[in-house]
Design a protein around this ligand. Structure first.
Ligand SMILES: C[S@@+](CC[C@H](N)C(=O)[O-])C[C@H]1O[C@@H](n2cnc3c(N)ncnc32)[C@H](O)[C@@H]1O
Length: 207
């Protein structure tokens, strides 16, 4: 699949407009989601008990920023939806960057970890290597990248949202090309057969 700049802008703008329009119902539908398995998988590789600089990439209305803040870390959110940025700032009082994934402007070596929960799959495959390299550059050496994405073998529009779904092997190849090593993965929801687990979570270390 190959897209020009106009098509890439459309992918971002249509997807983000969908989230902007549905920001209130999205918050009501997701604020009580149990994300504890993902928090634990993301935080376990950090051996020391120190306050971490965390980028919540595609933070939405701020549920996970609030959690990381509540246990003593220093989370910063990032989202392209202005409605979500406003919600997340009001809910957490943390810094929330209003940036689009395809035109990031991130500080270098500024974060111990990037938490990308249900967000990175919105990036078209042709742009994913570049964005992963930018996240790698924003992480300190040994930093952790957590990704949870729907799994599959397709790319394109799903209603008004664009998505790129991969299985483990392809996800791992993208991560390794960008300078990460995969250290853990699992499928969700927990405790049910594989064919009923639509989510793939990966934990990688920047090398
Ligand atoms: C499924 S939501 C997940 C939100 C949050 N991480 C959570 O777990 O509830 C996807 C998020 O990615 C953001 N997003 C999608 N495409 C984006 C883009 N091109 N640039 C920036 N943010 C984007 C949306 O605004 C939304 O907050």
């Amino acid at each position: 699949m190959s897209q020009n700049n106009k098509e890439l802008n459309e992918i971002e703008n249509v997807t983000l407009s969908h989230y902007d329009r549905n920001a209130v119902s999205f918050w009501e539908g997701t604020r009580d989601h149990d994300v504890s398995q993902n928090y634990e998988a993301f935080l376990t590789p950090f051996s020391e008990c120190k306050a971490l600089d965390i980028l919540d990439f595609g933070c939405g209305p701020g549920r996970d920023i609030k959690y990381f803040q509540s246990i003593g870390h220093r989370p910063v959110g990032l989202d392209g939806s202005i409605e979500f940025c406003i919600q997340a700032r009001q809910y957490t009082h943390c810094k929330v960057l209003h940036q689009k994934f395809l035109s990031l402007s991130l500080p270098q070596r500024a974060f111990d970890g990037v938490f990308a929960n249900a967000a990175l799959f919105h990036i078209p495959s042709q742009e994913l290597p570049r964005v992963l390299r930018e996240l790698h550059a924003a992480l300190r050496t040994g930093g952790i990248l957590f990704i949870s994405n729907p799994r599959g073998n397709q790319e394109g529009w799903n209603g008004q949202r664009y998505g790129h779904f991969m299985q483990l092997q392809d996800s791992q190849a993208y991560l390794e090309q960008a300078g990460f090593e995969l250290i853990n993965h699992y499928y969700r929801p927990k405790g049910i057969p594989f064919d009923q687990q639509p989510w793939l979570a990966t934990v990688s270390r920047s090398i």
